[in-house]
Ligand binder design. Structure first.
Ligand SMILES: [Cu+2]
Length: 671
């Protein structure tokens, strides 16, 4: 008996193992998060973070303190040790250590802090210089980063008065501060420049957040005399110290594509890499360059960019075409504990994330956290790089591909789009177009697939590249089968001769239309049937058989992703007219969903990707009961519907990507 039991147990163990082996691989199989235990008596909302030469970590908190962390790597399972080093600062949002002193940007001062007697506590706080401020809550100051000459670079957030405003000189600028404290304006047009770095080639980049004048998150090179898009900073260009003379009335504030608007603006700096809003993250933040290949030799020389709102790290790969940087971003590792503001390399090669979410909500629910990301030593199957080619793109994979799937054009999708340039908040995706694939050449070693595209290229557009059906030689799927390449210029070089193309099988159409993506992207959703299903849910004229609505509800919008009413009541089965007024300066819709389904519907809306704009970001789901279209600022729509007969708490929500977690209200249906 015993023997039989044992062999049965072993057999069932084997089955369990086999089913584990077949599970799709996840980010966690390659990169693991380790959470630092935090002391109970400290509120470590990370604003600035730096690693000291001896491996200790120093953290500046938004509460105005600096903490030293010994043994952050938890060697041999031991605990880290925390000690408060400094206090009394004003929301420091940067921290640098140099020649035995710390430097940090407070709201109104760049401060040098030194422990002169070596007791592990700060003794001397010196003002390097005052930073310009009028006291607006949104006037964050970031940095410093030292340049090669020992000057300090500091970025200055614009204030907020219902729009981003430069209320004092040089808000919305990158400034250079000499060791003597003299401020020199360098580059204009910044909005919320929370993070910047000097790369191994000595070039300076910053990450920017979506907002007014800024269509989406992006990473741009910062050059002296350049303009990065936010109009308010130009208020100060008549000052003799300004390195550029551009004025706000020279900006084409018309909502035309940013791809072409930039050509009309003197000194305009196109982003090196757009991080499409929601499709990647919602608020790009801390960045590091991996010169050492800490996260694997396959990503050596690439960048890792944190996202505060989505609690994730994204990957960016840059190349220079015609002397300018451009490149692609990719998803990399989500699931961090809080809003990821800072990234630094630990001395052990782990990627350390410093987090905070107070006032800036994030998908990671902790109010603050510190975590380290460690590479497992395994190589994920990913698009390692995307390169521009005169006739298309070349994808470099981290591992050899299965040549059959890699040569089949049905296994790829390529589409391009841009955004509007205007003073309004953010932008919808516009001008989406799919590219047909003429041919594919897979390299002999199986590491590269060269896609030759139909048609002409659109300069400064973002190309979405999805190798969804490509497998590795060992039959793994691409872990993150999407990348967004910002095509500022088409690379020169040789075209692929048509005779080199892999001949397509008759069954492989030039593009895969199965998912309706083509129809959606050209605005013909009405013919797909999906819109018909949804259109019954959007009745904007009073049904003929109604004498009058039983009840009229009015919902408006407020800044900060809010409806102006958070709860409404209707009688089950009654005839309802709902007036939705969008009085905010952002685009919103109003979608009534079944009880308990708001997250599911919100996630589905995000999942619409490039189809979203044409679908009004309303997913085709039975959980969607009624909905308006997406409304531009200062517009209104009326809906007519019969209230559900089933009493309960329904939700009205804006499903525009990034809004659904905050922008909700309760629709209580009563008997
Ligand atoms: Cu909204």
């Amino acid at each position: 008996m015993k023997k039989i039991f044992c062999s049965l147990a072993i057999a069932s163990l084997l089955t369990v193992n086999a089913s584990f082996a077949q599970k799709p691989l996840t980010e966690n199989d390659f990169y693991q998060l380790r959470t630092l235990p935090l002391p109970e008596d400290a509120i470590l909302e990370v604003g600035g973070m730096t690693i000291l030469p001896d491996g200790r970590m120093a953290v500046a908190t938004r509460r105005g303190e600096i903490w030293m962390i010994e043994n952050p790597y938890q060697k041999d399972g031991t605990q880290p040790y925390y000690k408060r080093f400094a206090q009394g600062l004003h929301e420091p949002l940067g921290l640098t250590y140099r020649n035995g002193s710390f430097y940090t940007s407070n709201r109104g001062e760049l401060t040098k802090i030194t422990d002169e007697d070596g007791d592990g506590r700060a003794d001397v706080y010196e003002a390097v210089t005052s930073l310009p401020i009028v006291g607006n809550y949104h006037e964050y100051s970031y940095g410093p980063v030292f340049d090669a000459d020992g000057n300090m670079l500091v970025t200055l957030n614009v204030g907020w008065v219902g729009y981003g405003a430069s209320l004092t000189k040089w808000r919305g600028w990158l400034v250079k501060i000499s060791p003597e404290g003299k401020i020199e304006p360098i580059s204009a047009g910044l909005r919320s420049p929370s993070s910047y770095l000097i790369n191994s080639s000595g070039d300076l980049f910053y990450s920017e957040n979506q907002g007014d004048w800024v269509a989406s998150g992006k990473v741009s090179q910062l050059k002296k005399g350049s303009f990065n898009g936010h109009g308010e900073s130009l208020k100060w260009t008549s000052d003799p110290a300004s390195p550029l003379k551009l004025t706000k009335d020279q900006l084409p504030d018309t909502g035309e594509p940013v791809a072409t608007a930039g050509e009309k603006i003197p000194h305009y700096q196109y982003p090196a890499c757009w991080f499409p809003h929601v499709l990647m993250g919602i608020s790009t933040a801390g960045m590091v360059e991996d010169v050492n290949g800490y996260l694997g030799p396959h990503f050596k020389g690439q960048y890792f960019v944190g996202d505060q709102g989505h609690s994730k790290v994204m990957r960016m790969q840059l190349e220079k075409v015609n002397g300018e940087y451009q490149g692609a971003c990719f998803p990399f590792r989500e699931g961090w504990a809080s809003g990821l503001l800072r990234l630094e390399w630990g001395l052990d090669g782990s990627l350390v994330g410093g987090m905070t979410s107070r006032g800036w909500s994030s998908t990671g629910k902790a109010p603050y956290a510190i975590q380290r990301l460690v590479w497992s030593g395994k190589t994920p199957f990913e698009m390692q790089e995307i390169h521009s080619k005169p006739d298309g793109f070349e994808i470099v994979f981290t591992k050899p591909v299965d040549k059959e799937t890699a040569a089949n054009p049905a296994n790829y999708k390529v589409a391009s789009f841009t955004y509007k340039y205007h003073h309004q908040y953010g932008s919808p995706i516009i001008n989406t177009e799919e590219s047909g694939i003429k041919g594919i050449v897979v390299s002999a070693d199986g590491r590269k697939a060269r896609l030759v595209l139909d048609g002409s290229f659109r300069k400064h557009y973002i190309y979405e590249i999805k190798p969804e059906g490509v497998k590795s030689a060992d039959q793994e799927s691409v872990l993150h089968p999407v990348g967004y390449y910002t095509l500022n210029a088409v690379a020169p070089g040789d075209q692929v001769a048509a005779s080199q193309f892999t001949p397509f099988k008759a069954t492989a159409a030039p593009m895969n239309h199965e998912h309706g993506a083509m129809q959606a992207s050209t605005g013909k959703t009405a013919s797909t049937g999906k819109a018909t299903a949804n259109s019954k849910k959007r009745v904007t004229e009073m049904p003929a058989d109604w004498a009058a609505p039983d009840q009229v509800l009015t919902i408006g919008t407020k800044p900060g992703l809010k409806f102006d009413v958070t709860e409404l009541q209707v009688k089950a089965g009654s005839k309802v007219k709902l007036v939705f007024n969008n009085n905010d300066d952002m685009t919103h819709n109003c979608v009534i969903v079944a009880p308990g389904s708001v997250d599911e519907v919100g996630q589905k809306a995000i999942g619409l990707g490039l189809k979203g704009p044409d679908m009004q970001y309303v997913p085709n789901s039975p959980k969607v009961l009624f909905h308006t279209n997406l409304l531009q600022p200062e517009s209104s729509e009326s809906l007519y519907f019969t209230a559900p007969t089933q009493p309960g708490t329904y939700t009205y929500v804006c499903t525009y990507p990034g809004h659904h977690t905050l922008m909700q209200g309760k629709l209580v249906v009563v008997k």
